[in-house]
Design a binder for this molecule. Structure first.
Ligand code: PBE
Length: 302
């Protein structure tokens, strides 16, 4: 009975798809008909994130430099972008996003960076810890910990993955800190205890930044500091550091992604150097099942 039912079902699906194939040529935007130009497959849309992100500025430059006149960069947010990626990925539908590593999306989905022969997105970058001017004088203990904070793409990946799997960022950070006391001891070495002294950390809602911010918050709190986190857009984050209303940030990507912010505000900021070197990269990213799209050059209208 079930066998027969399945057979009828299959026949129905087959005839339906034949019918659909016969009718195609109408508006079929966003479908996976791979005979179409990639632009038509995705409505000439790159799925972006928050407008203040450096990767959005870089993508605007890429659109100009590669002559992608028909393309639009859609503003969104990190969370909305990954939700959209997940939906498309489950259907094996095409999608082009502004992506970066370290990010859990590369652990959850089979993705690839599009080649960037004009090097618009730059080579690999480093993620820096930056404070307001005068912070070290006001709070030498916390400044020392922030200065000594450094970890690897792998470390950050673990915290991000746990969060993507449903843990609260604070919980994922606490677990990582508990398991990695050898690293944490290096960061806190020689630093004074906080005794309730306040540290205001600013960050943007990028999953990589959420991970590093929550880890450093846990470490500072374990040392007796009172940490407040403030989540804002990238522009206000740099502005807040430069006017001294917040103390520190752990998600400044240099030399490319945050160059325009850095150039504007650097005279009022102190760069404590990289907290993550190796593996920090931005670009346009697609699922690997988009076999015909390997380079940004492939996006040009044909
Ligand atoms: N990101 C993640 C940020 C920096 C960290 C690549 C989305 C940006 O583009 O500004």
């Amino acid at each position: 009975m079930w066998k027969k039912f399945r057979f009828v079902g299959l026949a129905l699906v087959l005839s339906l798809s034949l019918l659909l194939a016969a009718c195609s040529g109408g508006d079929n935007s966003g479908s996976k008909d791979s005979s179409k130009a990639v632009g038509d497959q995705v409505d000439w849309q790159i799925t972006g994130i928050d407008p203040g992100a450096g990767i959005m500025q870089a993508t605007d430059r890429a659109i100009k430099e590669y002559g992608l006149d028909k393309w639009k960069l859609k503003q969104s947010s990190g969370a909305a972008m990954t939700a959209q990626l997940k939906r498309k990925y489950q259907q094996k539908d095409p999608i082009i996003i502004t992506g970066w590593t370290p990010h859990w999306m590369f652990q959850k989905f089979d993705l690839k960076f599009l080649k960037d022969p004009k090097n618009v997105y730059g080579d690999a970058e480093a993620i820096h810890t930056v404070t307001r001017k005068g912070f070290k004088q006001d709070n030498p203990g916390a400044a020392k910990i922030l200065d000594q904070f450094h970890w690897s793409q792998d470390d950050m990946g673990k915290v991000m993955l746990a969060t993507a799997d449903g843990k609260k960022p604070e919980e994922a950070a606490k677990e990582w800190v508990k398991k990695n006391q050898d690293k944490v001891k290096e960061w806190t070495k020689g630093a004074k205890k906080g005794n309730g002294k306040e540290v205001k950390i600013v960050y943007v809602a990028w999953d990589s930044a959420v991970a590093s911010t929550n880890v450093i918050k846990t470490v500072l709190e374990d040392m007796g500091y009172k940490v407040t986190l403030k989540q804002v857009e990238a522009g206000p984050a740099f502005a807040g550091l430069s006017d001294g209303s917040v103390d520190a940030i752990t998600c400044v990507w240099l030399p490319v992604t945050h160059k325009s912010y850095w150039d504007k505000y650097k005279s009022k900021l102190v760069d404590l150097g990289p907290n993550l070197k190796g593996g920090a990269k931005t670009g346009l990213v697609v699922p690997k099942y988009m076999k015909d799209v390997n380079s940004i050059e492939d996006l040009k209208a044909k």
